[in-house]
Design a protein around this ligand. Structure first.
Ligand code: NCD
Length: 333
């Protein structure tokens, strides 16, 4: 029997609660490995490729560290648009098929929606989608949920505000779908009208998953009630110059300040996938700098947990069918 290769490109593949619980336990084991042994040689016969067509700091560097800490080798191109054959016009499918015998796994970041699924359709090795356009960023969502589990001690029955660029935030879409597969979570989408919930997301969450969702633009009304305030930046790379100023003006209403953080309830946290915009990125910070020192700020712990989640994911995908968690990953939708 031919066994299908598993990929992680979309969080709708991760509906199985046992997968999520197992992944988080594995991530806890990876945390121990990192601090007790530093590096293990479990996957020293494996080579991973990182093909990144869009800028990245955290995703690329933490996958790199995760691979090395498991003993695997990792080779990548960080600016594939200019430095790979894409610069000569090659299509993604051809780039992947041309190298597939060289590698055991590929981490892909791409600026086009659906690139992760396209890659998974042609590849014979596991593909991890490290973010594709405005579509999905599943490993970010998994590390976000790991941070929620670690800070809230549960992943069900939570009130979560997803704030900012809801329409184009791939981390928001991926995390919302994960939360929608669990029990009794309530999601508040807090965004300027122009950047609100896309129809396909609303229909999946509300009609298919029967989830309680609220679409609002009054941050102050819900902030004191939520367990998690998940802020995101205005995605300026997807914003036309002529609408930039208007969207930036609309975005100011949603800035997380110390005063707002003070009004959040006990035990609640502020999360963010990072990076936060600055004047240098042509924007303004959606979380003001002094919040970094606020007791509710959890975004650096959140981001650092990404190493353990990515080690766990690589461990599962590189081990393959003999790892019980591997078989709980559903087909690409
Ligand atoms: C996010 C991304 O690339 O989608 N960053 C990340 O991977 N941590 C969020 C963003 O760029 O806004």
């Amino acid at each position: 029997m031919i066994q299908m290769v598993r990929h992680i490109v979309d969080t709708r593949q991760l509906k199985d609660r046992l997968f999520l619980e197992g992944l988080f336990e594995r991530a806890d084991e990876m945390r121990k490995i990192r601090w007790e042994k530093g590096v293990v040689d479990k996957h020293s016969n494996k080579i991973i490729a990182e093909l990144f067509y869009e800028p990245s700091t955290r995703t690329r560097l933490t996958f790199g560290a995760a691979a090395i800490r498991l003993g695997a080798k990792i080779i990548g191109t960080e600016n594939a648009r200019d430095f790979s054959s894409a610069a000569k016009g090659e299509i993604l499918e051809h780039s992947l098929r041309a190298i597939e015998e060289s590698y055991d796994l590929l981490v892909l970041r791409h600026d086009k929606d659906g690139a992760g699924i396209r890659a998974a359709r042609v590849a014979q090795m596991p593909i991890i989608n490290g973010g594709d356009g405005t579509n999905q960023h599943p490993t970010q969502a998994l590390l976000d949920l790991y941070a929620i589990r670690n800070s809230q001690k549960r992943i069900d029955g939570l009130k979560v505000a997803l704030i900012g660029d809801v329409s184009r935030g791939r981390t928001i879409r991926s995390l919302a779908y994960l939360l929608a597969h669990l029990d009794g979570n309530c999601l508040y989408f807090v965004a300027p009208r122009e950047l609100g919930l896309p129809d396909d997301m609303r229909s999946y969450l509300k009609h298919e998953r029967k989830l309680d969702i609220y679409e609002i633009d009054d941050l102050d009304r819900i902030l004191p009630e939520v367990d998690v305030a998940y802020a995101t930046r205005l995605r300026l790379e997807y914003t036309d110059n002529h609408e930039k100023q208007r969207l930036l003006d609309a975005y100011r209403k949603f800035q997380i300040t110390s005063e707002r953080a003070d009004r959040m309830k006990q035990g609640s946290v502020i999360m963010h996938p990072l990076p936060i915009n600055t004047e240098k990125s042509d924007g303004f910070p959606e979380i003001t700098p002094e919040v970094d020192r606020h007791s509710k700020a959890y975004y650096f712990e959140q981001s650092n947990g990404g190493l353990y989640i990515r080690m766990a994911l690589l461990d599962i995908l590189l081990t393959g069918h003999s790892d019980p968690l591997y078989n709980l990953i559903l087909d690409v939708p």
